[in-house]
Design a protein around this ligand. Structure first.
Ligand code: NDP
Length: 277
């Protein structure tokens, strides 16, 4: 009997997740036999749920809101990018039984912005809204593209300031609260808060986005998110959601687990076509 390799995404909430669908498409495209489920796991149950998953033969996990920092703490070993981010979205069982933690969010975002949407990051002024697990994963890969400056704004201001201080050695980055954005003007706004999941929007001043600026919500939805709509109303050249990032970060996780890189374009096109119906 052939046992199918099992993978899953843990998060809370998780019902909206398209990850099972994406990994199924990757598996079909590459001829890999595997199963991938979504499981609702609140923070307090995370360590026990992960231990059970791997004890029962699971091979790899994705971890999403609000579990990325817990996943970082859980991993026995970390890749350099996960170590830097102090947040993990991919756990992989190793041959020696240990659990490797990686973070594929940053490469997923940068690939979607630059390769899929042709957005140049060099010399740009970037604002990141939110200072949670997703922000941690994207800061270093964004700084590696030599932006003019990155500002992190967060509801809990200390978290933004501390996060910026952590990455200061990698490039020009500062932290502040939403009320400090009044006189700022930026080329790219990345919404890495979880507000879109509840249909809310952080308080943003009207003149924040520069002419030809771009808005990008890391969250994704079948309907335009509140932040994507804010971008459209505020004359963004492009106002995008995180579906492309989701597919790109998933492809990187798939590569870590299976050693084979799936094509992302057909998957993004299919998921985009489905939500237009
Ligand atoms: P976390 O729970 O780690 O962080 C949540 C962040 O949102 C914190 O900065 C928090 O601020 C802020 N926040 C929550 N509620 C509010 C509110 N009402 N007003 C203002 N700020 C608020 O989540 P993650 O960082 O893991 O995920 C953030 C988002 O990114 C989610 O929507 C997630 O789906 C998306 N994401 C998408 C990916 C993709 O592939 N497309 C990949 C990764 C994430 P505070 O610190 O004050 O609590």
């Amino acid at each position: 009997m052939t046992l199918i390799d099992r993978y899953a995404v843990f998060g809370c909430p998780i019902r909206h997740s398209k990850s099972p669908r994406i990994h199924q498409m990757f598996a079909e495209q590459t001829g890999q036999l595997l199963q991938y489920n979504a499981q609702e796991v609140p923070s307090e149950q995370f360590p026990a749920a992960v231990a059970r998953f791997f004890a029962e033969g699971g091979k790899g996990l994705n971890c999403t809101v609000p579990l990325k920092e817990l996943a970082w703490a859980y991993a026995d070993k970390k890749t350099e990018r996960a170590h830097t981010a102090k947040a993990v979205n991919t756990l992989a069982l190793q041959a020696d039984g240990s659990i490797l933690g990686d973070n594929t969010d940053g490469i997923g975002l940068v690939t979607d912005l630059m390769s899929n949407h042709g957005i140049s990051l060099a010399g740009s002024r970037i604002l990141i809204l939110g200072a949670g697990g997703a922000s941690r994963g994207i800061i270093a890969p964004l700084l590696e593209q030599s932006p003019q400056a990155i500002v992190i704004a967060n509801r809990t201001v200390d978290k933004a300031i501390n996060l910026a201080a952590e990455f200061h050695y990698k490039g020009p980055i500062t932290g502040c609260g939403f009320s400090d954005l009044k006189n700022q003007c930026v080329d790219l706004i990345l919404n890495a808060t979880s507000t879109s999941l509840s249909g809310q929007l952080p308080p943003l001043p009207e003149a924040l986005l520069a002419k030809n600026g771009v808005c990008y919500d890391l969250a994704y939805s079948n309907e335009p998110t509140v932040f994507v709509r804010w971008g459209l109303v505020n004359y963004a050249l492009k106002s995008l959601d995180g579906l492309g990032m989701l597919v790109e970060q998933a492809a990187e996780a798939f590569f870590i687990w299976r050693g084979i890189r799936p094509k992302t374009r057909p998957v993004i096109e299919l998921l985009n076509a489905e939500r237009k119906i």
